[in-house]
Write a protein of this length. Structure first.
Ligand SMILES: Nc1ncnc2c1ncn2[C@@H]1O[C@H](COP(=O)(O)OP(=O)(O)O)[C@@H](O)[C@H]1O
Ligand code: SF4
Ligand SMILES: [Mg+2]
Length: 331
């Protein structure tokens, strides 16, 4: 059963040089309690995909141009008027951004900020909201939580600030949390603690998380399933172990091959040459064709290949390559 079903999502930015088709036909499903990772090079549409869910574009000239975003029991968020969607934000679906400072008000004490979120949506007293804020700080393992309630954001370390942001995201017990590179700005030890905290939360409450990252190590550590994006589209998806241990799309293979530490796993270390295509007028056919070592003449024409199961791969493991019909040809 899916908590979230995105179908054929298209999201556009209008820029000075034309319409940027940042997300161009993305479909994915997230189940309750699952951490779904989205990876891919910078600019491939990870953030645009996730920002489309709650239409949180931060004032950018963006719009959801097509597709459906079906949230179980709520309906199609893509078709929902702004006022109805505002009710979904925070309550059903919460967002954690990369930089905790942008999510926190620098002039307001931590305890009050968390309490405000609760007061806005629940009929509770100020004292009860403050008590709930304290409980949330405990939940996210903030040390000396009583004292932190009265701290301002700048008085906390980056790791503590991100815990506070997570506490705020958890405040209304959302069923889905979207975390856009939540640990990128943190050092490795803190990153590890935050990821463990998110994993713990999913396992204990059934909350689902979409975790955006450009770090395959992070995906490997905490995600259940994943999607690899390239130039506004998903090129491979499946269970994390399947995709990372048996990548089938040439782009995923190239990404993994370019990773340090993969040599011992028998893959040659070759950086991917070239850069992704522009998204104003992307080339026809497979968008990876100009960089693909296996490209054939017919790869560069017609519609972009859709996600298909490749013979011999595990159920739910799909990739978007015209070679999908040939068993393991890319080995
Ligand atoms: N505010 C904006 N205006 C115009 N284009 C944008 C804007 N934000 C992002 N884009 C474009 O949308 C595409 C996808 O961006 P994004 O979703 O941020 O990628 P990612 O999160 O994978 O790095 C990129 O080509 C980027 O240039
Ligand atoms: S469709 Fe062609 S160009 Fe694209 S990944 Fe597959 S082999 Fe490479
Ligand atoms: Mg991004």
């Amino acid at each position: 059963m899916s908590l979230l079903s995105i179908r054929n999502l298209r999201t556009e930015f209008s820029g000075p040089a034309g319409i940027v088709r940042a997300v161009d036909g993305v479909s994915l499903d997230v189940a309750p309690g699952e951490i779904f990772g989205i990876v891919g090079e910078s600019g491939c549409g990870k953030s645009a995909t996730c920002r489309s869910i709650l239409r949180l574009f931060g004032g950018a000239p963006a719009r959801v141009a097509g597709g459906q975003i079906l949230l179980d029991g709520v309906g199609d968020l893509a078709a929902m008027p702004e006022r109805a969607l505002a009710q979904v934000r925070g309550r059903e679906v919460a967002f954690i951004f990369q930089d905790p400072l942008t999510a926190l008000n620098p002039t307001m004490r931590i305890g009050r900020q968390i309490a405000e979120v609760i007061l806005r949506h629940r009929k509770v007293s100020r004292a009860e909201a403050r008590q709930a804020a304290l409980g949330l700080l405990r939940d996210v393992h903030v040390t000396s939580p009583e004292r932190r309630l009265d701290a301002y954001p700048h008085e906390l370390s980056g790791g503590l600030r991100q815990r506070v942001v997570i506490a705020m995201a958890l405040a209304l017990r959302p069923r889905l949390i979207i975390a856009d590179e939540p640990t990128t700005a943190l050092d490795v030890t803190v990153q590890d603690q935050i990821l463990r905290l998110l994993r713990e939360r999913c396992d204990s409450t059934g909350t689902a998380i979409i975790l955006i990252t450009h770090d395959l190590g992070v995906v490997s550590q905490v995600c259940d399933r994943m999607a690899v994006m390239y130039a506004g589209r998903i090129v491979e998806t499946g269970a994390v172990r399947e995709v990372l241990d048996h990548p089938s799309h040439p782009y995923t293979r190239a990404l993994l091959a370019a990773l340090p530490g993969q040599a011992s796993r028998g893959r040659d270390l070759v950086p991917i040459e070239g850069s992704p295509p522009g998204l104003i007028a992307p080339p026809p056919g497979c968008r990876f064709a100009p960089r693909c070592r296996l490209a054939r003449e017919d790869c560069g024409s017609g519609p972009a290949p859709g996600l298909l199961p490749r013979p011999g791969t595990a159920p739910g493991h799909l990739d978007a390559c015209i070679l999908s019909e040939v068993p393991d040809v890319a080995s």
